[in-house]
Design a protein around this ligand. Structure first.
Ligand code: FAD
Length: 190
């Protein structure tokens, strides 16, 4: 899996750890990959950043509701524990699952109200998505590629292409957009 810390836009005041700060200047849990502060425990004893790394570790631990030790242990998983709030990756997977499944079951011939509701859902993401830099980039992409809400097939393709933009940004492979129904509606053919 790609390292989102290296491919996501760097926030202005990002601490050296890769912990992403939100618009309020505090560590942003849904903007940051959980693994990015795991190595920070050792930062405290070997901290050549004038304490910045250790401070970032403590801030991140606070943000995820974990202790500095539990976030940085080698035994800790790459994902937040099940009882913890999501990181950028869990939130992303859940959101894509929702969006692609919604696209897969969107009507072939939506009514004007269904189209308006879908537009409203999609256009609200840049403003409301809890990973702010993700939402900002999605909004910029949408300016050049307005949502196609004309029907199930067009909308699924449009969404697949938007997801591919994010995949490319993160160094991941493009998904084959002729396979969206196999993935999100019908299941694999074999
Ligand atoms: P995901 O990319 O979450 O994909 C889930 C599943 O969808 C895959 O397993 C695959 O089966 C399927 N899939 C993959 N590509 C497509 C496609 N094109 N069409 C249909 N199905 C597909 N993370 C960042 O670090 N930085 C960002 O700027 C960022 N922006 C985001 C913007 C939005 C709007 C969203 C919803 C998420 C964003 N994310 C961002 C999260 C990121 O896209 C991933 O969700 C996260 O990195 C987890 O990736 P993953 O490899 O587990 O699979």
């Amino acid at each position: 899996m790609a390292d989102s810390s290296s491919s996501s836009p760097k926030p202005k005041s990002s601490p050296p750890s890769g912990v992403v700060l939100g618009p309020d200047g505090k560590p942003c849990r849904p903007c940051t990959a959980f693994r990015n502060w795991k190595p920070l425990k050792s930062a405290k004893s070997d901290d050549k950043s004038g304490g910045q790394n250790a401070t970032a570790a403590a801030m991140a631990a606070l943000a995820f509701g974990t202790t500095a030790a539990s976030t940085s242990s080698n035994a800790a998983p790459d994902e937040p524990p099940a009882h913890c709030p999501p990181d950028v990756e869990q939130l992303g997977r859940a959101t894509w699952t929702f969006l692609h499944t919604t696209a897969a079951y969107y009507p072939e011939r939506p009514t004007p109200i269904q189209r308006a509701n879908m537009l409203s859902l999609i256009r609200s993401l840049p403003m409301l998505y809890p990973c702010s830099h993700c939402g900002d980039d999605f909004g910029e992409d949408m300016k050049n590629n307005p949502p196609d809400v004309s029907g199930r097939v067009g909308f699924s393709k449009w969404l697949c292409e938007r997801h591919n933009e994010v995949n490319v940004k993160l160094g991941k492979e493009r998904f084959d957009c002729t396979k969206t129904d196999d993935r999100w509606k019908d299941g694999p053919t074999d």
